[in-house]
Design a protein around this ligand. Structure first.
Ligand SMILES: [Zn+2]
Ligand SMILES: [Zn+2]
Length: 336
């Protein structure tokens, strides 16, 4: 099959590799749509060759069944949950692979930048005919991640929410928080992204500078927001998000890569704040996101600014990683 291989920082090329074979409990999927995730930027900058095929936002069609597959059939369209759990603990039985106590990444399903991928049957969500491939590949990560974060922050109608970091995840959080009936303040250094968020329904969009907490208070009758979703992964966003919370509020930590110094007494304890981690999504959350897409309550396509073939992937990947203006989400369609 054709696949993209990384040969070092900024050097990815289309190569031919052996087709993957589905092992026990796996199906072979012909990839029809595959997203380029913000976290794939780490692989773009990785100085050494990446030994696996990058890409973890896969939708496709089942073309072969491995031994022991009972539920899926050949021809079925699926969206793939990329986090691999042990498959038999209580969390995995519930489809919450992110909560599997044995998770170590070794069973994760990567390899989205290719024509074919083998995936655990338990990680495949059947997709109905009235949902297109582009939407399907955005279920578990691009929309599932912020969906889970808003659930864990218990964001409800009438809440005030601050979303820091307006990449595709933060932008999907804006869409989903508005759907929940929240008042949404979006923050990002880039005017392009702030304008994008306003077009998607954000009530205000601000730069994440030291005035942010005061500006947030001005917009919330002096209280601050009840929930902040940190989606930028930038260390500087944490003190701003914590100071923007009202007493008793919750910071949901979503964007990866930050390193922070915390003064618990001032920043957390005496303000009775909660910091809640939230990673990716489970099968149940994916099903709920799919239903929101299928019933047109959310439109995932509004995020997609770049589309192309596997041959065009290296150039689009470069654009996503090195250009900020005019770029939001990219989706690749490996099947011609
Ligand atoms: Zn991702
Ligand atoms: Zn498990």
């Amino acid at each position: 099959m054709k696949a993209i291989h990384s040969f070092g920082a900024g050097d990815v090329r289309l190569v031919t590799v052996p087709d993957p074979a589905p092992s026990e409990g796996q199906v072979l999927i012909q990839i029809t749509a595959t997203g380029i995730c913000g976290s794939d930027k780490w692989m773009w900058r990785h100085p050494e060759p990446v030994t696996w095929i990058i890409g973890h936002e896969v939708a496709g069609r089942v073309i072969a069944l491995g031994p022991g597959v009972t539920r899926l059939r050949v021809g079925q369209r699926v969206a793939v949950n990329n986090v691999g759990g042990c498959g038999h603990c209580p969390a995995c039985r519930a489809g919450d692979f992110i909560l599997c106590p044995q998770w170590d990444g070794s069973l994760d399903i990567n390899g989205g930048y290719a024509e074919l991928v083998a995936a655990w049957e338990r990680n495949c969500l059947p997709v109905p005919d009235d949902l297109d491939d582009e939407a399907a590949c955005l279920i578990f990560d691009n929309f599932g991640t912020p969906y889970g974060a808003l659930e864990r922050g218990e964001v409800r109608h009438g809440d005030d929410v601050l979303i820091t970091g307006l990449g595709p995840i933060g932008m999907a959080a804006v869409i989903l928080a508005k759907l929940r009936g929240a008042y949404v303040i979006a923050a990002d250094p880039l005017p392009y992204r702030r304008d994008f968020a306003l077009r998607l329904g954000a009530d205000a969009a601000l730069p994440p500078d030291e005035q942010l907490p005061d500006a947030v208070r001005d917009l919330t009758s002096g209280l601050g927001v009840r929930v902040a979703l940190e989606c930028s992964g930038k260390s500087s966003a944490y003190p701003l998000a914590l100071s923007s919370l009202r007493v008793g509020g919750t910071l949901v930590s979503v964007g990866e890569g930050a390193q922070i110094t915390l003064r618990p007494s001032d920043q957390i304890i005496r303000r009775t704040l909660r910091i809640q981690g939230s990673w990716y999504s489970g099968m149940h959350q994916g099903r709920q996101v799919m239903e929101l897409m299928r019933t047109r309550q959310i439109d995932p396509h509004v995020l997609v600014t770049h589309r192309g073939s596997l041959e065009e992937l290296p150039a689009i990947y470069r654009t996503v990683c090195e250009v900020e203006q005019g770029v939001m989400k990219a989706v690749i369609f490996p099947v011609k």
